[in-house]
Design a binder for this molecule. Sequence first.
Ligand SMILES: Cc1cc2nc3c(=O)[nH]c(=O)nc-3n(C[C@H](O)[C@H](O)[C@H](O)COP(=O)(O)OP(=O)(O)OC[C@H]3O[C@@H](n4cnc5c(N)ncnc54)[C@H](O)[C@@H]3O)c2cc1C
Length: 419
Amino acid sequence: MTGTPRTAAVIGGGPAGLMAAEVLSAAGVRVTVYERMPSVARKLLIAGRGGLNLTHSEDFAAFAGRYGAAADWLRPVLEAFPPAALIAWAERLGQPTFVGSSGRVFPKAMKASPLLRAWLARLAGQGVVVRTRHDWRGWDEAGALAFDAPGGRVSVAPDVTVLALGGASWPKLGSNGAWTEMLRGRGVAVAPFEPANMGITIAWSDVFRERFAGQPLKNVGVMQVGETPGFLRIESVTRGDVIITGYGLEGTPIYALSAAARSLTNGCPQALVIDLRPDMTVARLAERVARAAPKQSLSNLLRKSLHLSPVEIGLLRETDVSTPREPDRLAGAIKAVALKVSGTQGLQRAISSAGGIMRDVVDKSLMLLAMPGVFVAGEMLDWEAPTGGYLLQASFATGVVAAQGALAWLDRQRPIDAR
Ligand SMILES: Cc1cc2nc3c(=O)[nH]c(=O)nc-3n(C[C@H](O)[C@H](O)[C@H](O)COP(=O)(O)OP(=O)(O)OC[C@H]3O[C@@H](n4cnc5c(N)ncnc54)[C@H](O)[C@@H]3O)c2cc1C
């Protein structure tokens, strides 16, 4: 390429920003990544503690549907960088993947650090410069990007900018949502952040909390029940392992109910029903109860004849002090342990956040309509999805699309012949 190289500032060194940096630098753009923390991709590394669920293997239509209200506008973005492309990308970084029993895709290493190390080496090889401890503070009076850095205020005026500042969950990892006011001040509509994929609060008794906090309820069914006057309405049913915590419950089936659980804050009372034996019908369980020796104590019946674990028995007793012995009623109680949800965990502990830059204020290439030459990517956009690899997939894909948009925009500003 002849002429002055084009320059890009990518602000935010998470998966979305680093992916944008990769695509831009591969096309010959001189890229600097600015990150407010002392190191990049802290949330990606924490995600690695759970095995790093990169994406999901289900068919594309079902996959795209997981983004709910955002599915329509995210579909073309995901098509531009679908799960197969992400898997191939990870493999090119020396991280082969496998599909877990639930269809989720993980690197065989089951952690993020080897992938991140290889990725940063590739980016350095493509000339990407990473400036950590650079906290973006908006634009200065001359229109340059302004950062608070260890040596004081730094101003830069790149040819194009990609913002990938993340959402607002786990703020101690760097994404604190402080950028929302800077963008709102520039006329960019930002939906308020709310927790997504968060735990729920249940007022356990002291005895139950002390004995069972940290223990899993394996492969249970979870139903969210909306209480409306006169009848109970089942909102949704999910399945998987749930973890008892000191403050309530965490785990994939609980996270899947995030959006419904948030309505709690709107004053709508909610109950959660746990099915401890989702693979058995009430009739089959009742038959087992009826077959048990009549003189067997209730504890022995639950443990020996019905194979309930101590935590399952504890949960049953926590909610129903007078656990019934009569077969149909006991079977019904095991298949519908009703818990009163008193709240949800906040952004500090949520896996992700809902809210962010609204779809209407960006074009198809993820450029801010109010700020030509400024592109946005990742969780700072207004979409939400359950856990299962959907969060990282959309973060990577929006990074790719924002960078491709930035390249096309650069070409429109300075056609090849003029460079
Ligand atoms: C505990 C946990 C486990 C998770 N596990 C998974 C999983 O297994 N699978 C999955 O799909 N998703 C998972 N996620 C979610 C996933 O990690 C995020 O969706 C993803 O990291 C979002 O990428 P991002 O690049 O948009 O934002 P981030 O990863 O949040 O990166 C944004 C970056 O911008 C920086 N930044 C913010 N403001 C500024 C500023 N003003 N100036 C400069 N830099 C700034 C931040 O410090 C941060 O480094 C998990 C999240 C958590 C918390």
